[in-house]
Write a protein that binds this ligand. Sequence first.
Ligand SMILES: [Zn+2]
Length: 361
Amino acid sequence: MDQSELKILKELSESFGPSGFELETANIVKKYVKEFADEILTDKLGSVMFKIKGNAEKPVILIPGHTDEIGFVISGIDKSGFLTFNTLGGWFDQVLLAQRVTIRTHKVDRLGVITSKPPHVLDPEERKKVVTKKEMFIDIGCSSKEEAEEEGIRIGDPVVPDSPFSVIRNGKIAVGKAFDDRLGIFAAMIALKRIKEQGIEHPNTVIGAATTQEEVGLRGARTTAYLVDPDVAFVLEIDISSDVPGIEEHQAPSKMGQGMAILTHDGSMIPNQPLKEFVIKVAEEANIKYQLSAMPRGGTDAGVIHISRVGVPSIVLGIPTRHIHSWVGMTSIEDIERMIKLLIELIKYTDKQTVESFTTI
Ligand SMILES: [Zn+2]
């Protein structure tokens, strides 16, 4: 992966885009894809689609990743100027304390810190307890409600982690926020860009997509699938990397740096089986390292795409990522590269006959 591609990943990761407030991220996608896409489409929930035409109109391949990241929304301002907040998407309360956040007001972005009562004023029994979100607030350095309002804070303002993108270990590992699922969008964008730039022939039409509001109920994927009416879908996601202390192998089979993941099932769908075998075969023939994985409890955009209209053969491909749904994710750049390579191979071989074979009874 070259520096100009890494720069796009950094820009996507650092962009402000919690569920329902994804315009900035969608605009970054549009800015880059318009350099190579044959056509750009949008639904009315803010999703952006980028089409590249091959040698045939059909089949239509949909390759979505979701634009939104998990975040927060301001729910109140107390008389001392402290802010309460609700969550957008699934957070684990224990990762929130003492973190910096960015609040987007109707004026400018404000820096805040999520905090709670300091330990010094807690009695010994209180100290043993886990602090829950209910007892936390965001401090923006104000001392009254009026001061907070002067800063531009209003109920409903969106909030995201303040977490810069970095690359460590000699360019091998990326660290940053919102890898779920900016990594997916990034892989779709780069795969389609390389196909166009290198003039790679493909017997189909491909539509990459940045879908909105996945983390709050797979909403943009529903409208995207309706608009695109795909014949097959490769849904791009992160996968939970199990190579951290305390996770047993059966709880999350994939490991960072050991190959991109082919999801055998998740909480929202079971992939089309001939399609799964096709993906495995293409990966093996191209010598792309992969891991079979499973996410029994989480849902993905594939959950609604595979039951769109009369059904769409779908599968989820994941990039193993450590510490998802926290301030910083960690992922292997080589696994991202494997995902891009597999997508290019899949696009090269997904023709009408192959797609028809997925649903022949
Ligand atoms: Zn996701």
